[in-house]
Design a protein. Structure first.
Length: 95
């Protein structure tokens, strides 16, 4: 079975409907790489960008897709551990 490893921010920046893509290809997706960024490709903390992270995670949870999600906090920061905690709190708000 082919495995797709999807970069959610890159797909969203190109105008793809990421939630539709996940729905249509969930049986082929092994994991999703999540980070938030603006349309100008600037990486930002979860919830501050244009990537539909919350919607994608809600879809995965609601449909119980066996898809792993990896969190990326690729933006300037002085406390990366706190950034990761905040990202996980943001994702937990997707319940």
């Amino acid at each position: 079975m082919p495995v797709l490893r999807t970069l959610v921010p890159a797909a969203a920046a190109r105008g793809w409907d990421v939630t539709r893509f996940v729905r249509e290809h969930a049986d082929k997706i092994d994991f999703l790489y999540l980070k938030d960024r603006r349309w100008d490709y600037t990486s930002v903390p979860f919830g501050e960008g244009d990537t539909p992270i919350r919607e994608v995670v809600q879809l995965i949870r609601e449909r119980q897709y066996p898809i792993r999600c990896y969190v990326d906090c690729e933006y300037p920061s002085s406390d990366r551990a706190q950034d990761i905690r905040q990202s996980i709190e943001y994702l937990n708000g997707s319940r």
